[in-house]
Design a protein around this ligand. Structure first.
Ligand code: GLN
Length: 210
C-alpha cells in the first residue's frame, strides 16, 4: 500500500507544530488552506488555535461543507483542541448569541469551550492511552475544551480525572489536548496508521475502551 497523504489545515493555529510533529515520524504533510487542497488527502489534521477565528476564516471559503463532503467520501480527520470543537455535535460557551457555536457535527460529542476555566486554563499531565501502548502520554492542555457528552458510537481512548479527553469514532479522532507539542509521536502515528489507513489484510490495531 502506498503511504497515505496527510494534510494539515493551515488557516489558523499551531499548524506548523503539527507539520513538524508529522515530519518527526517521517510523514511530509501537505498544507490545506483552501477546500481544493483536500483533493487527494487521506487524513487531515485540524490544529489547535481559536475555533471562532477558524470559523470566520472558513466561512467565505465554504470550508465546512467541503470538510463534511471530504469525510463522507472517506477522508479521516484528527481534530485537536479547537479542531475537536469544530468536529463536535454541539458546542457550549461558544461565540453565538445563544452561547452555542457552529460546528461540523461529525463527531457525536458535546464540548464546552474553555471548559477548564481560568484556574487551569493551561496544564500538563500524563495520560494512560492503552491504544498506543503502556507508557503514559504527556499531554498539554491549553484553554482546552471539555467533552461533556459522548455518543454511543464514540470510543473513549483516554480520560483525565475521569473525563474523556481523547475519543475516536471511525475515521475521526479528537483530542482536547495538544499532541504536537511534545516529542512523543505515538498519537500522530496512531492517527496515520490506525485511523487513516487501517490495514484490511491484518487485524485492525485494537482500540480499547478505557
Ligand atoms: N479555547 C480555544 C477555542 O475555543 C481552543 C484552544 C486551543 O485550541 N488550544 O477554540
Amino acid at each position: 500500500m502506498t503511504a497515505p497523504r496527510i494534510g494539515v489545515l493551515t488557516l489558523q493555529g499551531d499548524f506548523e507544530a503539527h507539520a513538524a510533529a508529522l515530519a518527526r515520524i517521517g510523514v511530509e504533510a501537505v498544507g490545506v488552506r483552501t477546500p481544493e487542497r483536500l483533493e487527494g488527502v487521506d487524513g487531515l489534521v485540524i490544529p489547535g488555535g481559536e475555533s471562532s477565528a477558524l470559523l470566520k476564516l472558513m466561512a467565505p471559503l465554504e470550508f465546512l461543507p467541503a470538510l463534511a463532503a471530504y469525510h463522507a467520501e472517506g477522508g479521516a480527520i484528527f481534530g485537536t483542541c479547537a479542531g475537536v470543537i469544530l468536529l463536535a455535535a454541539r458546542v457550549t460557551d461558544g461565540v453565538d448569541d445563544d452561547g452555542s457555536q457552529t460546528s461540523l457535527g461529525l463527531l457525536d460529542v458535546d464540548v464546552a469551550r474553555n471548559g477548564y476555566g481560568r484556574q487551569r486554563e493551561s496544564f500538563a499531565t500524563r495520560l494512560e492511552v492503552p491504544a498506543i501502548g503502556s507508557d503514559p502520554l504527556d499531554a498539554i492542555f491549553i484553554r482546552a475544551p471539555r467533552i461533556t457528552r459522548v455518543g454511543d458510537g464514540v470510543d473513549v481512548l483516554a480520560r483525565h480525572d475521569g473525563e474523556p479527553v481523547l475519543v475516536r469514532s471511525g475515521r475521526l479522532l479528537g483530542a482536547t489536548f495538544h499532541p504536537e507539542l511534545t516529542g512523543d509521536g505515538r498519537l500522530v502515528r496512531y492517527f496515520v496508521d490506525a485511523v487513516v489507513a487501517p490495514r484490511t489484510t491484518e487485524p485492525e490495531v485494537p482500540c480499547p475502551r478505557v
